[in-house]
Design a protein around this ligand. Structure first.
Ligand code: BDR
Ligand code: CA
Length: 324
């Protein structure tokens, strides 16, 4: 079992990612840290608790982190994730679960210094940038850092060139990428080039309900709003579920393929938040990022659906292989 911290901003697809991680025997989720992103940090905390309660896993600790980006003002993404940050499912708050005094960064610091712990980051990189400032050794102890964010050849999702997580807090994203470069380390960047290929369609959702009514209904409740958003904005039937792909890549590094390249994040102007990937080696700098460009869509879905629905590969094959 590999230990991970999930740093996230739940968020509809963050919730699906948490479900995947907690149903996977290869990983032990030692804690969930929340960052302001899709939803304000307190709402993200509540939403993580709602998902954990659904999974019967309230034993997993949750810590609240940054309530705003490093430099710029906070802009939420409730237009995408619904006014409750969970697709307007309006699930009841989990009683008796207060935000702990220990901050997300403090928790990361303590756990990472013990060694052999990875981070899967599914929101803006603000907590991780703070960790660099407060305890660079703890940051450098991260075993693998997988981040959903950025884009290379694909267009952005909140500007023509920028993906939301890095656009929301470009200064933190830049800080993380620059620090990795200085220390000869790499981030695994699961960007829009690959996540856009992961579309949960109404047909798949219907068969999810056939396979496991309880989980299927829960997923339907939280994704219905997301479906409508995707249709309105991109004329996509269904919704792109970005964050679970980062967890899947952590579990099975064969799912994604890509290139290694020096990458920098733009912090201002028209291309704020853009990941500038030097795939041609113009700058003659060593790589600080694995940039994924290809995804084994079928392998992702088999992993994701067998795990969250708790069905065998055989049952999966009968219901879902027709889609991929
Ligand atoms: C990312 O932004 C959020 O809306 C999603 O949760 C995902 O982490 C996609 O750009
Ligand atoms: Ca997210």
């Amino acid at each position: 079992m590999k230990k991970i911290i999930i740093d996230c901003d739940p968020g509809i697809d963050d919730s699906l990612a948490i479900m995947l991680a907690l149903n996977s025997p290869e990983v032990e989720v030692v804690g969930i840290t929340i960052v302001a992103g899709n939803s304000p940090v307190e709402m993200g905390f509540e939403n993580a608790k709602k998902v954990l309660s659904f999974l019967g896993r309230l034993d997993v600790p949750v810590y609240a982190g940054a309530s705003k980006p490093r430099v710029r003002e906070y802009v939420n993404a409730l237009d995408t994730h619904g006014e409750d940050g969970l697709g307007e499912s309006f699930l009841p708050d989990v009683e008796g679960q207060d935000i702990p005094e220990k901050s997300a960064v403090q928790f990361m610091r303590e756990v990472l210094m013990e060694g052999d712990v990875s981070v899967v980051a599914l929101g803006p990189l603000t907590n991780l940038a703070k960790l660099i400032d407060e305890c660079p050794d703890a940051f450098l102890s991260i075993e693998r850092l997988v981040s959903m964010g950025g884009n290379f050849r694909s267009h952005g999702n909140c500007s023509p060139v920028a993906e939301y997580n890095y656009w929301e807090d470009p200064d933190s994203a830049k800080h993380v990428f620059d620090f990795l470069y200085k220390n000869n380390r790499e981030i695994e960047m699961v960007g829009l080039d690959v996540t856009r290929k992961i579309v949960l369609t109404p047909e798949i959702l219907e068969d999810m309900k056939n396979a496991n009514e309880v989980v299927g209904d829960f997923v339907e409740k939280i994704t219905d709003f997301y479906f409508k958003f995707h249709w309105e904005w991109e004329h996509i039937r269904g919704c792109v579920i970005n964050d679970p792909l980062a967890v899947a890549q952590f579990i099975n590094p064969e799912i994604l393929k890509g290139i290694q390249a020096f990458t920098e994040v733009e912090t201002g102007g028209i291309s704020m938040g853009q990941t500038v990937v030097d795939s041609m080696g113009f700058y003659k700098k060593s790589s600080n990022a694995k940039i994924f460009t290809e995804v084994n869509v079928e392998a992702f879905w088999e992993l994701f659906l067998t795990r969250i629905l708790n069905v065998s590969s055989e049952e999966y094959g009968k219901l879902f292989s027709k889609y991929f």
